[in-house]
Design a protein around this ligand. Structure first.
Ligand code: CP3
Length: 341
């Protein structure tokens, strides 16, 4: 097996820098569009193991990335909370509940039963990967999941979330606690099904000040990390806009911290001082750069770590749907070629 990704998570030397990309399976790939046509819609793609497995493997085959990431969505877990979701191309995800507001009616349903297709996809991907690269599972963290449930979808200002957090502190706490329990169960079950590492997405936590993150969110995230750490698989933590929360994230104790593009890589490297691996953090839109400037950016990122262990190359957020697949492939090849020693 190509273990460069896991070795980098564990702060071990690797012959070259591993790279994988958030949203590496997605609309920018023609093959993804083709597979998606076989499903009813995006949710149908996530809930049909054979198709989800097919899509998971496409970037491994076509780009040569060093890890596969399970094809699914952070929102599938709402099905284990008694809600439903849809994703409409262009307008983003929508959460449906039978009562309003949705957060009042959450239930803790049987995760294995409600999300069986995720675990089946993991088994299928494992078989088809046949040890080529490790498989990464993922879950949202409680706060980011709560924002989707409270707002009913994506939000610009997270007003409803903050209103609940500030005005109904106990209800907010109870809500996050329930979500935390389901997230832990879901993530554990992914690990039991065979994922070799797990990325925890708290994409929107950066809309909070450091103090509010500390008081309202960190205890729940801490609990997720504590419970999952005992299973012995590398954990990666991601916030889009992490810099002001960086020390809080370090204290969660995940082996890897994934950085968005606004966070300075050298600053974060000095801050963790070899105690954690870092992942990231090219601006996804840098895929618009001409080849020679993309190469320059890759050289700059690689030089930050020189030959020191504990660095995984990735974007600072997901590949965007309009990205040119040949640029994405060029990025992967550049990282492999320029970092080999
Ligand atoms: O990274 C991968 O390749 C694995 C699959 C994956 C998807 N979503 C597939 C997807 C992962 C890890 C996610 C995580 C996810 N989903 C996050 C956290 C990471 C991040 O992006 O910040 C969030 C916030 C979501 C919620 C969500 N789902 C959004 C914002 C969207 C995009 C809506 C849009 O129309 O642009 C989705 C849908 C989604 N998830 C798509 C994919 C490939 C596009 C669906 C399509 O085919 O139309």
């Amino acid at each position: 097996m190509n273990t460069t990704f896991l070795d980098a998570c564990n702060l071990k030397e690797t012959p070259y820098r591993p790279i994988w990309l958030m949203r590496q399976a997605g609309r920018y790939l023609e093959s993804y569009q083709q597979t998606k046509k076989k499903a009813r819609d995006f949710v149908g793609l996530c809930t049909t193991p054979a198709l989800a497995a097919e899509v998971t493997l496409q970037p491994v085959d076509q780009l040569g990335v060093d890890a596969a990431i399970l094809f699914s969505d952070i929102l599938v877990v709402v099905e284990a909370l008694g809600l439903h979701y849809e994703v409409h191309p262009g307008s983003g995800p929508i959460i449906h509940a039978s009562t309003s507001p949705a957060w009042k009616s959450l239930q803790h349903l049987d995760v294995t039963d409600r999300l069986h297709y995720v675990f089946e996809t993991i088994h299928l991907v494992h078989r088809e990967l046949a040890g080529r690269v490790p498989l990464l599972g993922f879950s949202a963290m409680p706060f980011t999941l709560a924002t989707y449930i409270i707002e009913g979808g994506t939000s610009r200002d997270f007003r409803k979330t903050k209103q609940l957090m500030y005005q109904q502190r106990n209800e907010f706490y109870t809500l996050l606690q329930l979500i935390t329990e389901v997230v832990i169960e879901y993530a554990k079950k992914q690990i039991e099904s065979g994922v070799e590492a797990l990325q925890l997405f708290d994409t929107w936590a950066s809309v909070l000040s450091r103090q509010d993150y500390y008081h309202y969110v960190q205890p729940h995230s801490q609990r997720v990390c504590r419970e999952l750490r005992s299973l012995g698989r590398p954990l990666i933590h991601y916030i889009n806009g992490v810099q002001h929360l960086f020390d809080n994230v370090v204290s969660l104790g995940t082996q890897v911290i994934s950085l968005d593009w606004r966070c300075d890589l050298a600053w974060a490297r000095d801050r963790v001082a070899g105690s954690r691996a870092l992942q990231g953090n090219l601006d996804p839109h840098a895929l618009y750069l001409p080849d020679h400037l993309l190469e320059h950016r890759v050289r700059e990122m690689l030089e930050v770590y020189s030959n020191a262990p504990g660095y995984i190359v990735n974007l600072g957020h997901g590949v965007f749907p309009q990205a040119d697949p040949s640029k994405v492939k060029l990025l992967v090849d550049l990282v492999h070629e320029l970092s080999r020693h």
